[in-house]
Design a protein around this ligand. Sequence first.
Ligand code: BDP
Length: 334
Amino acid sequence: MLHMKPGGEPMTFTKTIFAAATAVALIASSASADSWRAWNIHNDGHPNTGAMDKFAELIDAATGGEITLDVFHGGVLGSQPDALEQVRIGAIEVGNFNLGPIGPMVKEANLVSLPFIFKSVPHMFRVLEGEAGQTVAAAMGEAGVLPLAWFDAGARSFYSQKKIETPADVEGLKIRVMNNNLYTSMISAMGGNPSPMAFSEVQQALKTGVVDGAENNFPSFKNVGHYEVTTHYSLSEHLIIPECICVNTTKFNALSAEMQAAVRGAAEEAALFQRELWSVDSEQARVDVEAAGIKVNEIADKGPFQSAMDSVYADYLAANPDMKALVAMAQATE
Ligand code: BDP
């Protein structure tokens, strides 16, 4: 049987073979290019959204189009705990994760969820760059969620309709926390009622009074409208939690050494870009929420908040004695 070209002219056997070979070659080249999906919980206007878009551009350039990244913003691929599980099993390749919700999956990641473990954001980065950070990263990679680079997420502070100045002010308040038992212990230790909840539900919960308050950094407080339904942001800065560009470990390990270096390099560059965006945008977010009427209060003496955490550390380390060395290492980092 003769194969017809669109114009109706019959194709010769040689032409047919040639056309088939060309089609096979095209399919082969598109199959060798890998298309990855990335999860991002944030919307436009949040620094991490810009940084994840940048990562997509950089990965494309660094791998010569061998790996392309489709970033899904706004948490449309699922809640953070769900997305973490998806990346762990390889159903999604990449995520911009906060290390808080990784704690229940990777014990070592809980280091960063101990309140006041870091003295400042630069201290956090120094710990991550040292041996403690390498231990955390290795454990995450082992669990299937390999960190390629670290993002700045500032410090988290409380917000509600009430000005918070001491731990006693948290007493009796229902406070939303991320999914991690350390955060429920943290709120309970101050006499509050912790309420773990997905990020996407917090604005409505604040609005309807299902919770009295929550805690987050300025960009997230602003970006999803939590500032529209609260009045006070109190600078307790009780948690300084890094975020990662994390990749499914099996996918990453299957790449050639050259491609691994390209992907890692792109992630590191995107993270540097994120940190620059963060420093500008987090200041701007504070200015914007204050302009919208939020009262921001400094807490000159955080001592009482820190002492309230003694029982959180004691209980956690009694239940997880194998974490003592890692905690000591972070605390000893200058
Ligand atoms: C934001 C983090 C995001 C968390 C969110 C939360 O960037 O990963 O899901 O807080 O509180 O600051 O759930």
